[in-house]
Design a protein around this ligand. Sequence first.
Ligand code: GLU
Length: 466
Amino acid sequence: MNNQVVTRFAPSPTGLLHLGNVRTALLNWLYAKKFDGRFLLRFEDTDQDRSQVEYIEAIKADLHWLGLEWNGDILFQSKHAAQHTKALHSLAEKGQAYRCFCSESQLGIDRKLATSRGLPPRYTGRCRALSSAESEKKAEAEPFVWRLAIHASEGEVTVPDLLHGHVNFARRDLDDPVVVRSDGSFTFLLPNAVDDAVDGITHVLRGDDHLTNSAYQVWLIEHLGYHAPMYLHHGLLLGPDGSKLSKRSGSHSVAELREEGLLPGALIQAMGRLGHPNMPEEAHTALQLAEFLDAEHVSTSSVRWSDEEMWRWHTRLLHELDCETVMPMIQPFVGDVQHERLAAFAALIGKNIERASDAALFLRLLDVNAPLQAEALPVVREAGALFYQHALDAWHANPEWKGWTAAVKEKTGCKGKALFMPLRVALSGALHGPEMSDVVAFLGHDAIIARIESAIMKCSEGQATA
Ligand code: GLU
C-alpha cells in the first residue's frame, strides 16, 4: 500500500496571501517535506463572485517567493464540480442529505425559541421528515438549501487528530449543516472534504477554528465511502496584541513584506518557529525546519505574531548572505557605483546593516559629498576644526589607522570616544559601523584626506551659521 504523506494548501483566491495563510501553507509544506511526501496546491475557486484570477497569480507568486513549491499540477476545486454534485446525490439517495425549505425568518424564529429555552440554536430538523416525493414536489415551487442529516440523539463522529488525539463529537451536539445554498452553490464543507478524498490527501493541517467543520467533514467523507484524512488542528495565530490577526491588528500581506525588502527566509523562520519552542537555533532553512518539525507537539494554544522577531531573523539571515547576493539588494539605496567598489562596500558594511536600506547610512564611504547623518553633524562640530586639522596633519605623517590615532591622540589630548568618534563620523558618516581599520583600508589615502577636509569645512559652516 502506498502510504506516502500528501498534504495540501487550499486557499480561496479571494484575496492576497496573508500571515495566517502563510502559517497553514508552511505547516503543510513542512509536514510533507519531513516525510518525503507531496505538497499540493488547490485553489478553492467555487465562490465565482469573489474568486479572481489576479489572486490566483498573486498567491502562486507569493508561494514561489517563499520557496513553498508545490508538487504536480495545480488543482482547481471548480474542476471537481461534477464530483461534488455526484456526492450530494449519493447522500440524498441514502437519506443522508435532504432539502430544507425553511425560510430565513422561520429559522430566525426557531433560533430565538431555542435560545429562550436555553438550548443551542440548532436546526430543528423540520424538513428532514419530508418524504422524497414531497421534497421533489415542493422543490418545483419553493427555494431550498441542502442539509446533511447529521444530528442524532445517539452516536458519535470521531475526528482523528495528531495533536488532540481522537476528538469525539456526540451527534446530538452537531447540527444539520447546509451544504448547498439556495442559489445552488456549495458551501465550504462538501467540496473541501470531497476534494481532500479525491486528491488523496492523507494529512490536513489547519487552524483549530476548523475543528467542528472537521467533524462534519469526517462524517461526510465516511458516508461517501472514503477514508478520512488525519487532521492536525493547531492553535490560532493572533496579532501582537492577542486579538484575532487582521489587517488592523498587524497582519501583513506577503506582497507588502516583499516590497519592504524582507528576506523570504525571515518570514519562514518567524512563522515556522511559532508554536515550536523546541525548534533548534541552527535550523536556518525551510528544509532544516522540516527536518526538526515535531508535529505532534505543535502548540495547541494560540500563538502571537511578532514583526520584531521576523525582522530579527531578517538581519540574521542578511548577515549570512555572501557579498554577491547582498550587492543587488543594497544597490538601489546607494545609486550608481562601479561593480568592484560596490562589492568592497558590501563586504565592508554587510554585517553592520539590519536592512538593505541601511546601506544609505554609509553613503559617505562612497561619496564625500553625501550629507552627514543628523546625529553625526553635532559630533563633527563638537570635535571642531582644530581637531580635524591635527588629524589631517597626523594622517600625512602616519597613513594607517593605529599610528594615525596615536598621533591624533598626542596632538589633541583626546582619547577614547572623544578621539575615535569624530574620526569615525568624518570618514563613514555614521556613529556606528565597521572596524575603523577596515574603513581606512576601504577608503584609501585620497578619500580619507577629502573626508577630513570636508569635516573641517562643516565645522566652519557651523561657526558661520552659529
Ligand atoms: N479554502 C479554505 C480556506 O481558505 C481551506 C481551509 C482548509 O484548509 O481546509 O480557509
